[in-house]
Design a protein around this ligand. Structure first.
Ligand code: 5GP
Length: 191
């Protein structure tokens, strides 16, 4: 128990290849379970259509990102496909101490540093039903250039090799089943 008698929340590391459907699953998880909060990362990548600053990401310049590193403002930060991404430290700590279960939706290198730093963190990797399906989903999203899609698919193959080191692997074949499976994982690890 913390000072205010609230049971500290659990930290979840949540990863999966680009295009696997992590965002859609996350939305459903938060609607189904109000104890779940998503950490909003900072990134230097350009916003995609429909993405809002402060909701999907904090969209920052490279200089602003570097300033946050200097001020020790990140729990972890990484470069991914030519852009920088980082988990702001303070909001995560605040949400955990308020009793929320906090999901960090981050790529595998950042995930490894979080797991080393917080061994009690629960790690979940979302797998595509197949690589062909992943490619189809990335293309149908229509938000990335061909070169970006190619790079993200190559990165996905490397990431899949690391999936086995996560505590849980969930295949996103059927959205509702994947959501149910993760809600069950949350229950089991926060009871
Ligand atoms: P996207 O550009 O598709 O939004 O994200 C690219 C990758 O960066 C995804 O795998 C996403 O989970 C990861 N990512 C997002 N925020 C962070 C972060 O704060 N830290 C790290 N290490 N990865 C992140």
């Amino acid at each position: 128990m913390s000072e205010n008698n609230v049971k500290r929340g659990t930290l979840f590391v949540y990863s999966g290849c680009s295009g696997v459907g992590k965002g859609t699953i996350m939305k459903e998880l938060m609607e189904a379970d109000s104890s779940i909060k998503l950490s909003v990362s900072a990134t230097t990548r350009e916003p995609r259509e429909g993405e809002e600053n402060g909701v999907h990401y904090f969209f920052v310049s490279k200089d602003e990102f570097e300033k946050m590193i200097e001020e020790d403002g990140f729990l972890e930060h990484e470069e991914y496909c030519d852009n920088f991404y980082g988990t702001p430290k303070r909001p995560v700590e605040e949400m955990l101490s308020q009793g929320f279960n906090v999901f960090l939706e981050i790529e595998v290198k950042g995930a490894v540093s979080i797991i080393n730093r917080y061994p009690e963190a629960v790690s979940i990797f979302i797998l595509p039903p197949s690589l062909d399906e992943l490619e189809r989903r990335l293309r149908s999203r229509g938000t990335e250039e061909e070169e970006t899609i190619r790079k993200r698919l190559e990165t996905a193959i490397d990431e899949l090799k690391i999936a086995a080191f996560y505590k849980y692997q969930v295949v996103n074949n059927d959205l509702q089943k994947a959501v149910e499976e993760i809600l069950h994982i949350v229950k089991t690890n926060t009871a």
